[in-house]
Structure formats: structure tokens, C-alpha cells
Design a protein around this ligand. Structure first.
Ligand code: GCU
Length: 331
């Protein structure tokens, strides 16, 4: 009884903030919720943890970031919508998803746009990438930094060796108009399914295949249900670490310096993510090869067929966007 009363008193003191303000008690002034749809040991999740640590250290614990991974706060689209309205404070979003809400970024994820990863980073780390990060306010979000998500390739339940084998297959894509169009142009049938539901769709043969990067193929266990990986690397879909404008305004109200700290920590954790990403690509490839997955590379002629098939996507854009695409290609 006595013990209960003590606990009740302690709780009351904490709730009432007795004995000083949060500032004096060294308690967080703001707790931010960060949603991530990947598991704990995935590069983007580890980078988010690093971000949270940096922010906590540099604000002396005044801003605290709680990370929820494995899609605990919802699937990628649901979390993004919440971030737009301030229900969730932060996330990391694939451009495939972001482009549905903020079509300006669509050009950055066109198939076969970049020659390789270095080319993509030249674009994203330069003025073009910066312009896209700062241009997101109209979508209710603040772009903070770019994360790597490698290149995506197709994988299927049955053997596949080239473009002709894709014809007529049902392929899962993100909830993305652009990715659906790409799959259609490659002769297959796109089906939009949220990330966390793809494994069972593969297992129950609701779909014939899907497409993703090495670390996602491994982390989701898709490689166990779809053992044929066709290394066509059709798209590089970078990812953006974002914050709700509502959260940013709250932080600015407390202290403008905290906004600067958040931005700086986001950039630092993104560099860390890029390192982790490269390691994760290697580990994932090894894991799936050891498991016995069949990885097929394509000849230059076969790759040219893929490029040729998706060419009409490049014709869908205005003159201004065509000029931007050219600029990206020349970077
Ligand atoms: C990648 C990306 C996720 C995305 C997923 C998908 O794994 O990192 O954010 O949800 O692709 O294909 O849906």
C-alpha cells in the first residue's frame, strides 16, 4: 500500500513537472517519432539510429528521436501521409513512393537514367540534388538528406534469362505509377502491393516475381520464394530522409540552432548510410548466392533491349523536364 502511494507520488511529481521545468531537469523538450519500414539491422535503420544518437548528443538530450522500424507505424505510404500532416515526425522514403505525392521528383528515378552509382551521387550531391531536397516544402515535408538504395533488378519464381521471359508475368511493383508503366513497357503485368505483403504474394503464387535491390531481396526473405535474380539493374531509386514541416516548426520555436543541428546530423547519418549500404549489398549478394539463388547477368545487347523498351517513358516529359534529364545525363 505504502509502496503504491510512493509510486503514485513519484508519478504525480513527474507528470506535474514538480521540482523544475523540463529544461532544468534535463528532460527532452520534444520527442520525435521516426517511422522506418525496414528491419533493425538494415542500413537505413542503422543510419536512423545514428541520427537519433547524434541529435540527442548535440542537443544535450533536449530533442529525443524514437525510432519505430519494421513498418510498426504503418506501410511506407501510410507513414508518408502521416508525416505530411505532422502525425509522424520523420521517415525515410523511397522516391518510388515520394513521386506519387510530389511528382517533381519522378525524373530522378527514370529507368537506366544513371550510368552507375557514382553518376547518381554526382547528381544528388550537386545543385540538382540540393534543389530537389529544398523543393519539397509544398508537399508538407522537409527534405533533409539522400540515402542510397542501390539498383533494382527483377526476381522471379521460375527461371528467367532475358526480356522475352518477362513477357506476360505478373510482377509486383511499389504503389508507383512510374514503376507500373515501366513494367508494362517491358511486357509484364504490374501489380501494386505494399512492401510487407510481397513475401506472402510470392509464396502463394499470387505474383510471379518482383523487383528490388540486393539488401531488400535478402532482408525480406523474398530470395527464398523467388530464386531467380535477373541482374538488369533497371532503376536506381535513391531515398530521401524527411521531416514533417510541423515538426520542424516546433523545433524552430524551441531553438533555431536545433534546426541547424538536425540538418547537420541528417547529412552526417546519410554519409554513414552510404557506407553501410555498400557493405550490405555485398553481404546480401553472398547470402542469396550461398542459398542457391540463380543470378543471371545480361549481355550488352540484352541490356540494350531493356533500355529500348522503356524509351517511351522519356518522351512523356515537358521541354523543361527534358532539359533537366539531359543535364542529369551529362553530369
Ligand atoms: C526498398 C525501399 C523501401 C520500399 C521497398 C519497396 O526496399 O527501401 O522503402 O518500401 O523498396 O519495394 O516497396
Amino acid at each position: 500500500m505504502k509502496r503504491c502511494a510512493c509510486l503514485a507520488l513519484l508519478l504525480c511529481l513527474l507528470l506535474c513537472g514538480c521540482g523544475g521545468t523540463a529544461q532544468e531537469q534535463n528532460m527532452p523538450l520534444l520527442i520525435l517519432r521516426y517511422g522506418e519500414n525496414q528491419p533493425e539491422d538494415y542500413p537505413t535503420t542503422k543510419a536512423a539510429e545514428h541520427f537519433a544518437r547524434l541529435v540527442e548528443e548535440r542537443t544535450q538530450g533536449k530533442i529525443c528521436i524514437r525510432l519505430y522500424c519494421n513498418g510498426e507505424l504503418g506501410d511506407e505510404n501510410q507513414v508518408f501521409e502521416q508525416v505530411q500532416f505532422g502525425g509522424i515526425d520523420m521517415t525515410r522514403v523511397s522516391l518510388g513512393t515520394l513521386a506519387e505525392y510530389h511528382p517533381e521528383v519522378e525524373v530522378l528515378q527514370l529507368p537506366f537514367l544513371y550510368d552507375d552509382a557514382e553518376h547518381m551521387w554526382r547528381v544528388l550531391d550537386g545543385p540538382i540534388g540540393e534543389k530537389f531536397l529544398t523543393g519539397t516544402r509544398q508537399a508538407g515535408i522537409i527534405g533533409l538528406s539522400w540515402f542510397d538504395a542501390g539498383a533494382r533488378s527483377f526476381y522471379t519464381r521460375a527461371p528467367i534469362e532475358g526480356l522475352e521471359d518477362l513477357r506476360g508475368l505478373t510482377i509486383r511493383v511499389q504503389e508507383s505509377t512510374l514503376m507500373s508503366r515501366m513494367v508494362e513497357l517491358l511486357g509484364a503485368r504490374p501489380v501494386q502491393i505494399p512492401y510487407n505483403d510481397v513475401y506472402s504474394a510470392l509464396q502463394t503464387a499470387k505474383i510471379d516475381g518482383a523487383e528490388n535491390n540486393w539488401p531488400s531481396y535478402a532482408a525480406t526473405g523474398h530470395y527464398q520464394a523467388a530464386r531467380y535474380y535477373l541482374l538488369d539493374e533497371h532503376s536506381r531509386l535513391p531515398e530521401m530522409q524527411i521531416m514533417s514541416t510541423v515538426a520542424l516548426d516546433k523545433i524552430a520555436e524551441i531553438d533555431e540552432d536545433y534546426v541547424t543541428i538536425i540538418r547537420q546530423c541528417a547529412r552526417e547519418c546519410a554519409l554513414y548510410e552510404r557506407e553501410l549500404w555498400l557493405q550490405a549489398e555485398g553481404t546480401a549478394e553472398e547470402l542469396v548466392r550461398d542459398y542457391g539463388c540463380v543470378v543471371t547477368t545480361l549481355t550488352d545487347t540484352q541490356l540494350a533491349e531493356f533500355r529500348q523498351a522503356v524509351q517511351p517513358m522519356y518522351e512523356d516529359y515537358s521541354d523543361e523536364q527534358q532539359a533537366l534529364i539531359q543535364k542529369i545525363r551529362d553530369s
